[in-house]
Each structure stands twice: as structure tokens, then as C-alpha cells.
Design a protein around this ligand. Sequence first.
Ligand SMILES: Cc1cc2nc3c(=O)[nH]c(=O)nc-3n(C[C@H](O)[C@H](O)[C@H](O)COP(=O)(O)OP(=O)(O)OC[C@H]3O[C@@H](n4cnc5c(N)ncnc54)[C@H](O)[C@@H]3O)c2cc1C
Ligand code: SF4
Length: 511
Amino acid sequence: MSEHYDIIIVGTGAGGGTLAHRLAPSGKKILVLERGEFLPREKANWDAVEVFQKERYHTDEIWQDKDRRVLHPGTGYNVGGNTKVYGGALFRLRERDFEQITHHGGISPEWPLKYRDFEPYYDQAEQLYQVHGQQGLDPTEPARKADYTFPPISHEPRIQDIHYRLADKGLNPFYLPLAIRLNEVNQLMSDCIRCNTCDGFPCMVKGKSDSDITCIQPAMNADNLTLLTGAMVRRLKTSASGKEVTGVEVEIEGELETFSANIVVVACGAINSAVLLLRSQTDQHPNGLANGSDQVGRNFMKHQNGAIVGISRKPNPSVFQKTLAINDYYWGEEGFDYPMGHVQLLGKVNKDMMVLDAPKLSPGMALDEAAKHSVDWWLTAEDLPEATNRVRLQDDKITLEYTDNNTEAFNRLSNRWTHVLKSIECGDTIMPCSLYFRKRIPLQGVAHQVGTCRFGTDPKTSVLDLNCRAHEVDNLYVVDGSFFPSSGAVNPSLTIMANAMRVGDHLLKKL
Ligand SMILES: Cc1cc2nc3c(=O)[nH]c(=O)nc-3n(C[C@H](O)[C@H](O)[C@H](O)COP(=O)(O)OP(=O)(O)OC[C@H]3O[C@@H](n4cnc5c(N)ncnc54)[C@H](O)[C@@H]3O)c2cc1C
Ligand code: SF4
């Protein structure tokens, strides 16, 4: 057994990184274990062939689906976790997202805590991650005490034109809240250079507020915090009673080492946190650690996500396109009294990204031309927690047993948005003036994974208590996307970050 710590945090993504940053000033002895390395700053960061076609920053692990078909997961392991490549769209859940909601596909359950419990932490998370936005434009926006500290990221002319056209239709386009370190007034004060390779790419110039740049690197200035990279946690060991984690078994350069701590926080992302608990079964926890309820790994959600690439006659010379969003259909529309979801711009798609879906494009269409004329959208509908949608270990292989639900909401949103785009591009003309290619993100697109260790008051139906402590293990916490009882339909990271700060404050009182 090697050194003893006050706290061990496993993982450095939105959850683990934010928590490490929160706890570092406490002076407590903190060990952060990260299976990946610092993501290299290299020209390939901004190369779409490397990033999208060759999946340079994705793991080469092979997972499987419910029919044991091979899955190549779109996820990576490095300091900062998946925030290294995220688009930085940082949203608060809506107030109603915390309540029970009837969807076309079933029920989205009530959260045991409400928006007001998260609100102060949303404020702080937006501050820490330098979220740029503007209050008062998004019709579904939850109440906030003050406007964003950082001004919204401006639209480029083609997007500004779309904004006006949407507004003319009576819709409410708003500035996408974005965590990039861009100063549009004084370029000398700006880390971000507003490039065309942001969403899905790592940032070469430290311009993106990811959890590596924003949290881990500053936290490492504290003498009391140690980060070990290349440190893959294999299992958690418990005391004879099974009530405490007594050892964290880590593989470092092929050797197993065990560390211990008063408090152990698992923050491996919703899939890998469930996997770590399932892999850590003992006599006292035969179905996996903290899994007496048989809830670990269940209720896996990842959003119903999709993209629409709209190619019109008008060129789109935008460089940084991802600045606009629409929530007019979040709660439904006339004739469909169920939530539909959220629409935001993607980063500008180029020909090397488009080629991945080229077989679906018209034969012979010049991809380069298509990309120069496309405006590219990301659509998210809520998927609902189902006990049968679960993360399992089969022969030690990560298995996602998942069946889509609430698909009608996504289909409605996709049809509605295509219709809106046609109407703003073509007006009343009956001649086709634009083409729309639509894609559903398949199961391996696990970017928005949440829900596998949900929090709640009843140990029979939840894994974690309201402080994200395991009901069954006194010193074990899970602080990442796992705790969500439902997914809402906006991007999850700000809620993960805000929750990490909330749990951090609880831990500061305990340490
Ligand atoms: C392309 C892309 C774009 C996205 N865009 C957005 C966006 O615009 N807005 C938004 O809100 N969200 C976005 N997301 C989602 C966002 O990245 C995730 O919601 C967020 O990173 C999840 O945080 P987490 O802490 O749960 O997990 P992660 O960030 O995945 O962190 C988990 C960490 O644990 C480490 N780890 C895993 N297993 C082990 C182990 N056994 N031992 C040690 N370490 C381990 C991993 O290496 C990783 O560092 C995007 C994701 C992707 C992939
Ligand atoms: S747009 Fe800014 S934050 Fe994004 S990758 Fe480019 S420089 Fe980095």
C-alpha cells in the first residue's frame, strides 16, 4: 500500500477537474488519478482528417451493443476528459427540467433537488469557465440573478442574416452560451483566435475553457495536489464490512499500485464510473460496489442527437459558426403538446468532415463546394431513463444495452427545423433552393452520456444520496454525469460542473 491522502479523485473531466479545482485551495492532501495524458498541442489538433476521419483523440477500445455488435466509442481519455474536444456550449437545465414531465415517449422523472439548489453553482461555474452569453433572449431560459459576465460571441454576417430571418418568422434566436476565452474588443487580451476548428477539436492555443486549462492546470499550482497521469484505476477495494473504500488499485506503466484516502471520488464519466463500480465487486457487494439496489449502470442516457447540414445557393464564409441557438420548440409546438428539444449551430463543417457522410450526399456533388455553402445544425431531444438501458460488463467488455426512446420528439424537431430552414432560405418559391442532409448520431456517439448512478433519497431506486455519496459506502462519491435522474435536452456539462462545485462545498465541510 502506498501513500494515504485526504481525498482521491479519479478522472479530470467536467466533474473531476472542477472538483479538484474547488478543493485545491483547502490545503488538504489531494491525489488526482487520470488514466490519460495531457493531450499534446500539435498541428493535428486542428486537422479534420486526423481528428474526425482517423479519430486521433478517441480511445481504440472496442465496446459492444446489446446484440454484441462492435462499437468504436467516440470518447477519449486525457487530462480534461471530453471537455478537451467539446464545443463549449454551456447551458443551465431549465427550471421545468427538474420537475416530472410527460414526454411523447414516457416520463422524465422529477429531480430530488431543484433549479434553486443549483442556481448559485451555475453562477459560479459560468464564471469559472468564462461562459459568454446574453440574458433575456432565450424564451426557456431559467431565472438568473444577473446577466452573463462575459459578452455574447458575435455572429458572422451569414449567421446574423439567419438570425434576422428567424426573428422575422417570429422565432427567438439567441446567442449560444459559449465557454471560449475570446475577447472581441481587445485581441491582445484574447487567448482564442476564433478559428474554424473548435467544436469536436482540441484547442491548440489554450483558448477553450476546458477542465484541463480552466481547472487542472491552475489547481496543480497547489503543493497539496498531486496529479498522476497514465494512472488507470482498475478497482476499488473495501473494508471487511464493505462500508468503506480502503484502497484504490491503479495500473501505472503496467504495474499495480494501491493508494488510500479518507474520501474517494469517482469521476470517470457516466459509462466508466459505472464500469469501475461494477468491476469492484466484493463479497459484501457481489453485484458491484454500491450496487445493492441493482441500479449501477442502469438509466444510461445520451440524448437523441442529430445533425442537419443545409446546403443552399448562398455561400457561407463563416469561420466560427457556432454562435446561435433556438429553444422555441423545447417544450413542443402547436399540435404536439410534448417537449421536442433544442437546436444550436455546429462548428463549421468542412469537406473532410462531410466526406464521412458522403455516401448519403448526391453522387458527384463536389464536397468542397457543398461545405462552402452549408450551414450546419445540431439537434438534441431528451431521451428518457429506462432501467433496461444500461451499461454492463460482459466478459470484462463494456456493453451498452441501449434502445432508443422518445424518438418521436427528435423526429418532430428534425422535421420542424428542416421546414423552418427551407422557409428562411427559399421563402415562398416552389423551386428547390437548398438541400438538407440529416443524420442521427448512432450509439457510439456517447458525448452526452449521463444517468448511470443517479442520485436520490431512496437507496432502493438510486445509487447516490443528495450529496452524491454512495448510499452503501460511507466514503465513496461519484461526481460526474452519472448522477442525472433525467437528461433534459440541453448540453450536460454546465450541470456536471455546477454539481461538482456543490459537492465540493459539502466535502470541504467533511475534510
Ligand atoms: C465532441 C464533443 C462535443 C461536446 N460538446 C459539448 C458542449 O458543447 N457542451 C456540453 O455541455 N457538453 C459537450 N460535450 C459533452 C461533455 O464533454 C461531457 O458532458 C463532459 O465532458 C462529461 O464530464 P464527465 O466528468 O462526466 O466525464 P469526462 O469529461 O469524460 O471525464 C472523465 C475522465 O475520467 C477519466 N477516466 C475514465 N476512466 C478512468 C479510470 N478507470 N481511471 C482513471 N481515469 C479514468 C477519463 O480519461 C476522463 O478524463 C461534448 C462531448 C464531445 C465528445
Ligand atoms: S475557436 Fe478559439 S477556443 Fe476554439 S479551437 Fe479555435 S482558438 Fe481554440
